[in-house]
Design a binder for this molecule. Sequence first.
Ligand code: DAH
Length: 355
Amino acid sequence: MKGKANLSQDSEVNHMMNEKLQEIKNRALEQIKDTDSLEKLSEVRVAFLGKKGELTDVLKSMKNVDPKDRPAVGQLVNETRKAIEDVLDEAKKNLSEKMREIQMKAEVIDVTLPAKKAVYGHPHPNTRALDEIKRIFIGMGYEVIEGPEVEYDYYNFEALNIPANHPAKDEQDTFYINDKIVLRTQTSGEQVHVMEKGKLPIRMISPGRVYRADEVDATHSPCFHQVEGMVVDENITFSDLKGTLAEFAKQLFGPETKVKFRPHHFPFTEPSAEMDVSCFKCGGKGCRMCKGEGWIEILGCGMVHPHVFEMSGIDPEKYTGFAFGIGLERIALLKYEIDDMRLLYENDDRFLKQF
Ligand code: DAH
């Protein structure tokens, strides 16, 4: 009797379990059906199958089930779990596909829409002018080298025949790091560096930044650029200088360009000259560009001074040479018809875009 009563009581529990599991399953399937996102789906999974989920709770209550009925009830729980899992997996698959479709539709590219314009950078006028100068001299067999901007006083002045008390030093007043080191005032020191290396012949240009204690105005800046040039070999004469620089001017400003050499003084060349080009705007008649002169000064030049050769260990009896110094900004301003040097340094996009 006792056993029977117990059994019916157990059956009662089993029955209740069965119903409860059925109810859980129905609720789970209902919720899965209503789910429209993968996140919600995973919430449903946690709520029913997770560690603290409803099915786990049922498993925990197995202790109330008669031990001999436990396998049957356990199987029921597993079946329920499996049923919910299958539907969850199926729903996940369907939802993923649906989401992918939605995403693909959203990402459809309308090839008929106008494209966004890519914004291209522009070479700075200085860069363009320098590229042009390099192209011309490389074409004549020159090599391009670069020297230090922070320079020994010796290279910037002394080795170029500008001793301590020379007035040329005043004109190029500059920024001193200490007694012996300066921010170079000219690229001419590069002549000395190349000569000291002792590899002859020399045919080089050396572009770079130089510094002077100048006030900023339309034609001055405390930092600007020069391109130095030097040729050293046996039998180099002033006519080599003239021929080379005339060819340079023609290539830079056009085949009609004429050149004119005016005597000048530079401490490291003898004789020295400044070279003018006929105005490429008016052809020499006189205009705003050349300030009515018909000529525009573009560089300083001369035959390397024998003393400069001696100081750098080159025999002036055997070798001769010429040198020149071009102001890069001046070329850029002329070539691209810019009337204020400050524009080159302001980095105003509206200006730079024009080149
Ligand atoms: N360094 C000179 C200056 O800054 C320019 C110059 C003149 C360079 C004559 C030279 C040269 O090489 O021969 O004014």
